[in-house]
Unconditional design. Structure first.
Length: 308
């Protein structure tokens, strides 16, 4: 990962939200604390909902970041992009959270338009023809999908689907121990994966999962309190109820990242430790996925930044 002109090159927005964990062992304290200010400010402005007091706080943090930048780095490193940080608060007040006015989507679409051109002449005609074909294919797809919609989908009853059944020979001794403690009534089925409201979640033991962690989650426990953990496996009882077994993360607040002078805590990077406790809950209790980075879980700022 490299920096060019004061911004990360080839890096998604997630870089700002869990980079704290990666930089912590390597950065000198003064530089690390300086980075924390920037991370917290940008996270505030990227949330789904930003209040006026949030904008004021983020604006103060960004001005603090710029003030200290001139003391920590060379004057020639203070680029135009850094100066633009002064206007971030005003931008959010005028147009809403940064995620809703990001230019990344338009830059990506420009790349898609370039990919539509293959010839050396009549670029405009070729581009128009390709776009018409794309629009037609999308309209055809929508019509086919509309015919295949079942009543359960329309009423929202079947929002959870369990997939990749665990065979009897694949059930480990640990799984059997957990199942015996849950006092499940037979017959029941165990699964590696579940689709909840369109999002795919997997279990820790799902071997085909390589690139992404889809088993670290935020969920609501039986007392209505938000917790964090990793999905051990899913199950479906004989009466069709879909549940999950989740290994609980204990939060270790003493390891939270703090900036004492700025009086801020990086609340979206949460230090955790995997416990031996297992929660047995309905799959509907899942709130969202979380990003696992070492002994920390990181919360996404909004539902727009899909690259997190």
């Amino acid at each position: 990962m490299t920096f060019q002109n004061g911004k990360p090159a080839n890096a998604g927005p997630s870089f700002f939200f869990y980079s704290v964990v990666v930089f912590s062992p390597f950065m000198k304290e003064k530089y690390f604390h300086h980075w924390i200010i920037f991370v917290c400010a940008m996270y505030i402005l990227l949330q789904d909902s930003v209040t006026d007091s949030d904008v004021t706080k983020a604006d103060l943090l960004l001005r603090m970041f710029l003030r200290d930048f001139t003391q920590l780095f060379r004057a020639e490193d203070f680029t135009y992009n850094l100066h633009n940080l002064i206007h971030m608060g005003l931008t959010v007040r005028r147009f809403g959270p940064l995620g809703t006015s990001s230019a990344f989507l338009f830059e990506s679409l420009n790349g898609d338009l370039i990919d539509c051109i293959h010839g050396t002449k009549n670029h405009a005609v070729e581009l128009a023809t390709t776009l018409h074909l794309f629009q037609g294919s999308q309209a055809l797809k929508a019509r086919v999908e509309a015919k295949n919609i079942c009543p359960e989908t329309l009423t929202g009853k079947d929002v959870v689907q369990c997939r990749s059944e665990i065979q009897t020979r694949e059930i480990s001794d640990d799984m059997r121990s957990v199942l015996s403690g849950a006092a499940l009534q037979s017959p029941y089925r165990l699964y590696y994966r579940a689709v909840v409201k369109g999002a795919t979640y997997t279990s820790v033991s799902y071997s085909r999962q390589v690139e992404k962690n889809n088993y670290s989650i935020c969920y609501v426990n039986a007392q209505g309190i938000k917790q964090y953990g990793e999905v051990y496996f899913f199950c479906e009882s004989f009466d069709g109820k879909k549940c999950m077994f989740v290994k609980l993360f204990n939060i270790e607040h003493q390891r939270s990242f703090r900036h004492v002078d700025a009086q801020i805590v990086v609340n979206h990077v949460i230090p955790v430790k995997l416990s031996c406790n297992v929660d047995f809950l309905p799959v509907d209790n899942i709130v969202s996925k979380v990003i696992r980075v070492g002994d920390y879980v990181c919360l996404q700022p909004n539902k727009i930044e899909v690259n997190l």
